[in-house]
Design a protein around this ligand. Sequence first.
Ligand code: ADP
Ligand code: ADP
Length: 219
Amino acid sequence: MGLITLENVSKIYDGDVRALDDVSLEIKHGEWVSIMGPSGSGKSTMLNLIGCMDTPSKGVVKIDGIDISKLNKKELTKVRREKIGLVFQQFHLVPYLTAVENVMVAQYYHSMADEEEALKALERVGLGHRANHLPKELSGGEQQRVCIARALINYPKLILADEPTGNLDKENEQIVVDLFEELHRQGHSILMVTHDPKVGQLAQRQIILEHGKKLESNK
Ligand code: ADP
Ligand code: ADP
């Protein structure tokens, strides 16, 4: 059984905008898949569905065996927290909290903030020594690694990343890419939207979206 399964999924927004059009897809445990495609092709819509931030208009989305199509907001949030770590292009760090506090924020939602766990997550991204620094004292790459630590705090099976290197220079991009490769080796599944063909090629499979349709995927 796949970790993520989409069966004939469509997402139709108001005004009959078919953002996703009859897309089927399976992502296996431990697989790294990239999603590419022009602006407006449905990439964000797909991430929102798989990230349990929205539900499909038609079809079935299953996360680790759970059909999320009929879940309410509260139930969706629970699946997201247990299964998925989210990483975005924008860092969304709280500017007045230190690195370790920013990682703990993910846990406040569980009301079980644990500094030790947050420190462990920072160590996993190689930033244990920067735990008490504010975001503005960190480079762009370090800030993104704090965000990845925040995504890792609950040991998610799937890391869902939306243009994670989009705001980084070449050097920091390489550091973040190396980190994703390490997380993949450790067994995390990764689904990454990227515009950068070099980053996209690191995945075992590339899915290309165009006008809401899945065009092709190699291998
Ligand atoms: P991408 O991430 O590839 O740029 P999106 O998933 O954001 O594509 O958008 C796919 C299509 O759906 C676009 O035509 C976009 O304008 C439309 N769309 C996205 N979100 C909404 C929304 N909330 N309401 C209406 N149309 C939307
Ligand atoms: P934008 O979101 O406008 O694209 P970036 O996210 O690339 O900009 O951030 C630009 C700079 O602003 C970063 O290098 C960092 O120094 C600072 N910065 C960004 N986000 C934060 C934040 N949440 N807290 C503190 N500083 C931040």
